[in-house]
Design a protein around this ligand. Structure first.
Ligand code: CA
Ligand code: CA
Length: 99
C-alpha cells in the first residue's frame, strides 16, 4: 500500500510538472490545475477522494507501463514525461492557433 501511495504521488508529480514549468513562459496557463482536478473528481462532488486519486494514478500508471509488465521502468517514466511534454506543447500550439 505504501508503494502504491508513492506511485500515486509520483504520477501526480509527473502530471503536474509540465504545467508548473509552463508557468514562467507566460501565455494561457490558467485553469490547467482546475481541469486536472475536475478530471480526477470523477463523481463531481467537488472533492477528490483518496479513491479517485488512486484510481486516477492507477490509470496513469497503466498508461506509463508501456509493456504492461506491472512495473514502470526508468525508461518508461522518462518516455511518459517526454510524451506528456509533447502533448502539452501540441495542445498549447493548437490553442494559440485557434485564437
Ligand atoms: Ca469526488
Ligand atoms: Ca513496464
Amino acid at each position: 500500500m505504501k508503494k502504491l501511495a508513492l506511485l500515486a504521488i509520483a504520477a501526480f508529480a509527473v502530471s503536474t510538472a509540465p504545467a508548473m514549468a509552463d508557468h514562467h513562459e507566460g501565455g494561457d496557463h490558467k485553469g490547467h490545475g482546475e481541469k486536472m482536478f475536475m478530471k480526477m473528481d470523477v463523481n463531481n462532488d467537488g472533492v477528490v477522494s483518496r479513491e479517485e486519486f488512486v484510481n486516477h494514478a492507477g490509470m496513469r500508471f497503466d498508461k506509463m507501463d508501456a509493456d504492461n509488465n506491472g512495473d514502470i521502468s526508468m525508461e518508461e517514466a522518462e518516455a511518459a514525461k517526454k510524451d506528456m511534454r509533447k502533448r502539452m506543447k501540441d495542445m498549447k500550439e493548437k490553442m494559440e492557433m485557434s485564437e
